[in-house]
Design a protein around this ligand. Sequence first.
Ligand SMILES: [Zn+2]
Ligand SMILES: [Zn+2]
Length: 225
Amino acid sequence: MHYHIGNLLVYQEFNGNCECPVCRIQAILEKRLVDRYLNESAMADDRRHEVNAKGFCRHHTQMMFARDGKLALALQEITRMMTLCDHLTATDDKKDAMQQAEYFAQSSKTCVICDSVDVSLMRYYATIAMTYEREKRFRAQLSTVKGFCLPHYAKLLQYAEYAGKSAGEYVRTLTEIQRKSMDDLILDLNKFTSKFDYRNADVPWGTAYDALPRTFVKLHGEESK
Ligand SMILES: [Zn+2]
Ligand SMILES: [Zn+2]
C-alpha cells in the first residue's frame, strides 16, 4: 500500500462504519478550513480579500460560531458586511432595485470554504479512482464500504475515467456497492415501520433502529459539525 498525503484519508475513512466515507473526508476538510479561518492566518490580506468578496455560507458560519475564535469571525464579518453595503444604496429606481435583488439573491450562496472544499474533493474523486487502479489492496477495502450518499456517488461515477483501464471494473464495483446499500436500507426502513405495529414489539430492532437518519445521509449527505 502506498500511503501518501493524497490517499491517507481515503485509506482511513473507507470502511463499513458509515453511510458515506466521502462525507467523512469532506467533514475533515471542512473542519480544517473552519479552524484556518478562525486563526491568525485568516487575517492575511489575500484571505481577507476573498472572504470579503464571497463570505461564508450559513452552514460554515454556524460551524465557525460554534467554536472559539469569535473575534476573528466578527472581524471578517465586519469587512464582509461592508463589502455588501457597497452594493446597497437607497434608490427609487426599479432597475437599480432589480440589480440589487440579483446581487443579494446570490450573496448568501457564495462561500470561500465551500469553494475550497469543492476543489479538494475533485482531487479526491480522481485519487480514489486512481488508487483503485493502482493498488490491489484498495479494491478489497472499497468492497467493505456501505455505499455513498447520492451526491458523492454521482461524483465518483463522473470521475471514474481516472481509473484508466480499470474504469469499467471500478464502475461495476461502485454501482454494485451502491445498489446493495440502498436495498439494505430499504429493508431496514421497512423493518423500522413494522416496529410501529404492536404485534412486532418483541422483534429485535437489529440495524433498523437508526434507519431514518442513515437514509437522510444516504439521500443528502452527512452534515459536518
Ligand atoms: Zn457523501
Ligand atoms: Zn460554505
